[in-house]
Ligand binder design. Sequence first.
Ligand code: COA
Length: 286
Amino acid sequence: MPANLQPSGANPQSAIRNPQWVKFPPMTYQTLLFDVRDGLAIITVNRPDKMNALNDQVVDELRDAIERVATGSDIRGAIITGAGQKAFIAGADIGDLAKQGSFDGKHRSLRGQRILRRMETCGKPFLAAVNGFALGGGCELAMACHIRLASENAKFGQPEVKLGIITGYAGSQRLPRLVGKGRALQLLLTGEMIDAQEAYRIGLANKVVPLADLLAESEKMVRGIMANAPLAVALAIEVTDRGFDMNLDDASLLEANLFGLLASSQDMKEGLTAFLEKRPARFTGR
Ligand code: COA
């Protein structure tokens, strides 16, 4: 679908939507690079002189870019990375934070949370290619992605307490879900950074690769996911996300219901038939 159409009234927490479409002019980005190649979007936060810090403009543009991925029928997966060789994203722009009042702070936090949640639940795979500092909001954004690949020079941290604040993009909630409460509290309370190997050891990074290989490895992984059945990928994301905070019985029932739903898809028939015929499957997302 054209990038200048945006959903209205969609349930942002469901991969299955029936939105009404509203026309918006396409946004041109000043702080992002947005490139789509063969169905894969690469979003690069492009403020390397400021360690790709998230100022209000970057956040606005990220919201738009994520919506383009979520709703673009020509896009089946995305990578988010940072420009340059030093930083993925070194957090919210501290200059912007310094200007905010208490109600601005809540608004800023809720807005960022909504954007990351949209990314996390839109049903398409997002991978964070963490190419340097992933601090504060940068670490939170990486955690909202479904997978994190880290370069050997990457550093992760939630240094907010050193600035007199706490995480605002739900990092206090995603971090313990990823690494356990004890390790999360260590990072959240000390504000100290950990390196890529430590992030891998505790489950914050899925894999560590040399910086020179990061984008190629990231692309290989997302394209591998994109080659799978799109409805199955969307519902695997949904059941893992929704089921995580349910009790085991309810979550298992949700899984059974979605498993049943997929049994009526053309892609399931194609996937099973292709296996039996010893040929690659040709999925259509139906
Ligand atoms: N917000 C705004 N500007 C930032 C920034 C941020 N989160 N992080 C880095 N920058 C800017 C610096 O102010 C500096 O700008 P200048 O050249 O105009 O002075 C530029 O990016 C380079 O950063 P610098 O600190 O000189 O690089 P470094 O290699 O010595 O240190 C970091 C890198 C990431 C360790 C350090 O910049 C840092 O601690 N940043 C803040 C991280 C943070 O607390 N994030 C959470 C925010 S809630």
